[in-house]
Design a protein around this ligand. Structure first.
Ligand code: UD1
Ligand code: CA
Length: 449
């Protein structure tokens, strides 16, 4: 089976500089939701039809997606004709790029019915209380589909039909080519309708979907927000039914691709997006944002930001920590208040609990990073590395001027500015010697100064 996704339309009703299919739902473009769902069906190939501002849409596509161009948007039938070379004897599933809530399960059922019945085409339909704006399904007395009529072309009687065309249809490739050759733009919109193909075929089946929310098309930003709400609720329910506690679903945003293990608790006002995996028995939130992270078991993250980070078991983060790209925290690490990390590996049992910046650093096991420690990794032109060995104690308010190499078992006095490498087992002090003048204050006072 091949999949062809139509995404050439302008999306006028979005009132946007960007093509409709580039707008995001849960951090991912509408078109990429459809593509990622299509990929789960393991088709032999996936192609998209692009038109309006195609050079922008191309930027969000992965290389395995074939692209066809529809220069003028003359209708959905015309869009498919623009990808004629993509159609062969294989079955072909047509999807619309503005319908991101469709699930793999539903598409599989559609495909299975199509194969079992050996139909020329199988149309995914659903029943809507308010079918306004959708194409209506016309069936004969035996319940067989004979036509699809677009809203603009319906008679008053047809407008009352509640069964609608989702736009998702699977065809036998050669039947689609035949049907396309028959369609003409003689309708109220002067377009080549893809929906005119079925009436030209001998045997068309329908698969009627119960959960109509899956086929909601997004044409404006109100519908975009509704889709976000539906996708969010669906995702949270699935997680909760699989053993994740979500204390306040109303204020929790988790995208459907995220995986979370049993008995993990998600506290309010937490956002978890992207390619993220979280293990079992973790406590996440409140007020935490996690994007593209791999997180082990028994991890605690409170009021923090984590992006592109790897976090092993039993790590504790926050409140108010910020893990940036390339952070890797191994088992039992503790990152505390106002600590920022970037491109930094921290090995087992080490701690940085207060007011610290660690960038481009490798830190050993059982290290204590004192409050206010800063890796000075940037000299204004280049970034440099800091290396800290095992069992090092860095005193509070230390500046580590990179590149610098601090070996095992070193002790650095508080307030030091370290500019030179330190051999193992040493005490290092890099600060002005303290001067104390006894009774100096009292003498001044006696003189009345
Ligand atoms: C279409 C269907 C309608 C169905 C509805 C479901 C047709 C004629 N109508 O109507 O029966 O109920 O979807 O949501 O197919 N596109 C192109 N090139 C074009 C026109 C559209 O690529 O020339 C793409 C759009 O980018 C969009 C998709 O096709 O992703 C659907 O187009 P849209 O204009 O939104 O169709 P609807 O009026 O919603
Ligand atoms: Ca639409």
């Amino acid at each position: 089976m091949r999949v062809l996704i139509l995404a050439a339309g302008m999306g006028t009703r979005m009132k946007s500089k960007y093509p409709k299919v580039m707008h995001k739902l849960m951090g991912k473009e509408l078109l990429n939701w459809v593509i990622d769902t299509a990929k789960k069906l393991n088709p032999s190939k996936i192609a998209v039809v692009l038109g309006h501002k195609s050079e922008m849409v191309e930027q969000i596509l992965t290389e395995d997606i074939e692209i066809y161009y529809q220069k003028e948007q003359l209708g959905t039938g015309h869009a498919v004709m623009s990808a004629k070379d993509f159609i062969n004897n294989e079955d072909i599933l047509i999807l619309y790029g503005d319908t991101p809530l469709i699930t793999e399960e539903t598409l599989n059922k559609l495909v299975n019915k199509h194969m079992e019945t050996n139909a020329d085409a199988t149309v995914l339909t659903t029943i809507l209380d308010n079918p306004k704006g959708y194409g209506r399904i016309i069936k004969n007395e035996n319940g067989k589909l004979i036509d699809i009529i677009e809203e603009a072309d319906t008679t008053e009687e047809q407008r009352n039909i509640k069964e609608i065309n989702s736009g998702f249809v699977i065809y036998k490739g050669e039947k689609l080519l035949y049907g396309l050759s028959k369609i003409k733009p003689n309708n109220n919109q002067g377009e080549y309708y893809l929906t005119d193909v079925p009436k030209n075929l001998n045997y068309v089946e329908t698969y009627v979907l119960e959960d109509f929310t899956e086929v909601l098309g997004i044409n404006n930003r109100v519908q975009l927000a509704e889709a976000e709400k539906i996708m969010r609720k669906r995702t949270l329910n699935k997680l909760m039914l699989n053993g994740v506690t979500i204390v306040d679903p109303e204020s929790t945003y988790i995208s459907p691709d995220v995986e979370i293990g049993q008995d993990t608790i998600i506290y309010p006002m937490t956002i978890i997006f992207g390619n993220t995996r979280i293990g079992e028995e973790c406590e996440i939130g409140p007020m935490t944002r996690i994007v593209n992270c791999e997180i082990g078991d028994f991890v605690k993250i409170i009021r923090s930001e984590c992006e592109d980070a790897k976090i092993e078991n039993n790590v504790s983060i926050g409140p108010y920590s910020r893990l940036r790209t390339g952070t890797y925290l191994k088992e039992n690490v503790k990152i505390g208040n106002f600590v920022e990390t970037k491109k930094t590996i921290i090995n087992k049992n080490s701690k940085a609990q207060h007011l610290t910046y660690l960038g481009d650093a490798t830190i050993g096991e059982d290290v204590n990073i004192g409050a206010g420690t800063i890796t000075c990794n940037y000299d204004g032109i280049n970034k440099h590395k800091t290396y800290i060995g095992n069992r090092v104690f860095v005193g509070s308010n230390t500046a580590l001027v990179a590149p610098v190499d601090i070996q095992d078992d070193v002790l650095i006095g508080a307030g030091s500015t370290i500019t030179e490498n330190i051999p193992k087992g040493s005490l290092a002090l890099g600060r002005a010697k303290q001067i104390t003048k006894e009774n100096w204050v009292y003498k001044k006072r006696e003189k009345g100064e």
